[in-house]
Every structure is written in C-alpha cells, then in structure tokens.
Design a protein around this ligand. Sequence first.
Ligand code: ASP
Length: 334
Amino acid sequence: MKRRFLFIVPVAFILIVSCKNVVDEKQTVQDQCPEWVIVIHGGAGYINQETFSAEKESQHKERMEAALLMGGEILKNGGSSLDAVEAAIRIMEDSPFFNAGRGAVFNADGINEMDASIMDGKTGKAGAVANVTVIKNPISAARKVMEQTKHVMLIKQGAEKFASEQGLDIVDPSYFFTQESWDEHINGLEKEDYGHKGTVGCVALDKNGNLAAGTSTGGMTNKKFGRVGDSPIIGAGTYADNNTCAVSATGHGEFFIRNVVAYDIAARMKYRNENLKDVADDIVNKQLKDIGANGGVIALDKNGNLAMPFNTSSMYRGYLKADETLKVFIFHDR
Ligand code: ASP
C-alpha cells in the first residue's frame, strides 16, 4: 500500500539550505554564506524502497560521499569549481552503481551510448559530447571540448577521435558493461518504462565565487540508437552563470529539452528576481509534474544556497559544505 502510494503520488521533496546574514554588535551585516559548496546527484527514478537492500543503499551512499569528498578537497584547497565538478563526476562515472561511464544503461541495440556536458559560470563557456561509446570519462571529454576547441559539442566518432588526441583514456566498449544494466535492458525491451538508474551530475561554488555545473549519463534504458537526451544540452540538463546559479538535471530528457529546464531556473532568477528554492520547486514539482515529466534537479546559487527538488520516489543526492556538513540521501525521508 505504502509502495503504491509512493508510486502514484510522488511527494514533493525539497531541501534548502539558506545562507544567513547576521547582524553583529556594530550592526554590520555579516555574510555567513558558506565559503564553498558542492552538490551531486546520481539520478532520479523509482527505486522500490522495500526491495532495495541495506547493502545497496550503503554502497551507493559510500560512492556519493567519496565523490563529494573528492570535490570538496579541491574546493577546500582553493581549487576551482570546474575542477571539483569534473573530479566528483569522474568518481561516479567510474562506479558501476550509476548510469554514467561504467554501468551506463544500454540503448535498444544493446550499446552504451553516453552523453556529458560541463559549464563554467564565470566565463559562460561550455563543452559537451554526445553518443560516445569508448571514452572512459565523458565528462573530461566535455571539458576538453570547452577548453581546447572553439565549439560547444562534438558527437560520435568525432568526439572520440578528439578525446584520443587529447590523451584521454579510451576503452573497449565492454568496459561499460554491468550485468545489472544488461538485465534492465533485456527486461525493459518490451516496456517503455523509465528505469531506476540515473544520470550523475554536480554543481559547485568555489572560494572565488565561481559556479560550475556538469552532467554525465548513459541516457535512458532502451533509447533509440542515436538518441540524445538533455544531459549534454546546455540550458536543458546543465547550466551555470555566476550571476544566478548552477544547475544539473536528471529525468525524462525529452521533457527537460523542450522546457529548457536548467536555463529556465537561471532565467527566472535573473529576470524575475525569484529565489532559487521557489523557482526550482515550482519548475520540478508543478510545471514538470503537471506535464508528466519525471525527474529532478540539483541547483546552487551564487550565495551557496542549494535546492534538490525531485518529483519521483527517489533521487540519489547529497552535498558537502565548507563547515564539513556532509549529507547524502536516496529517498524522500533518508
Ligand atoms: N536525463 C537523462 C536523459 O534523458 C536520463 C536521466 O537523468 O536518468 O538522457
């Protein structure tokens, strides 16, 4: 019964951590915004809370913590938000537990085709790769596109040739295979469902006030050969602007593309002066939910406020702040 309720009426869940301004004895306003913050997601979906084992729960949480600590170490030492985002995402790409890099879902033809993007909130530059099958860490290829070319996106063999020229690790496609993703592929061939494995993403704010966002995915189980989702599309699955916020999305990509979700959050902050929490909540739990779009976002503003709304029953997510607060969650309540 509980399970049905969770499935039919996904409850809105939002976590907001506010940046407080406090007034000291001289009545000057002291900004207590965190010096740096890193937020990650490992995908939104419909994990069955009753059948998801305690062992699996702790394995996933341990990997999320490792990703946050890796990115956090960079930020603590004064490193850039871009470096932190790339490093945290690489940890999740290397883990078989998430739908990115090793463990990525299979398309309908039984091939792992991956997409990734990254954006620098300071310069407005962005890079992306799509439909890649042999690049070990697609997020690093996206960053190379941003920094080493005049382009924003490279796809298929062009992206792979470029990644190899840049000295990135190239692997045999079998590297990405996991039995679990394969079983999902076989079991899902007849269905058009939205599997529980999810994209990974990261947003970060560094000590210099620079925001960055990145997203990496295998896409959706049994997607059509050649399909590209929202994750590598700047403005849809990833967006960062130092004046507003950094966003990484997860969910049914076609909806996120059509609704330009990541940019819409930043645009509403920019043009309507809305705050991060309200706008992220409205877009995920009203706008997207009303049109049947499953998913969520992680978002971080220039003051270190963060939001992690999702309208599914689960979303792997967590954050680490300069004061060493580290939290990871999978379900609405834990
Ligand atoms: N947004 C991804 C895509 O549509 C999938 C996901 O986040 O689970 O490719």
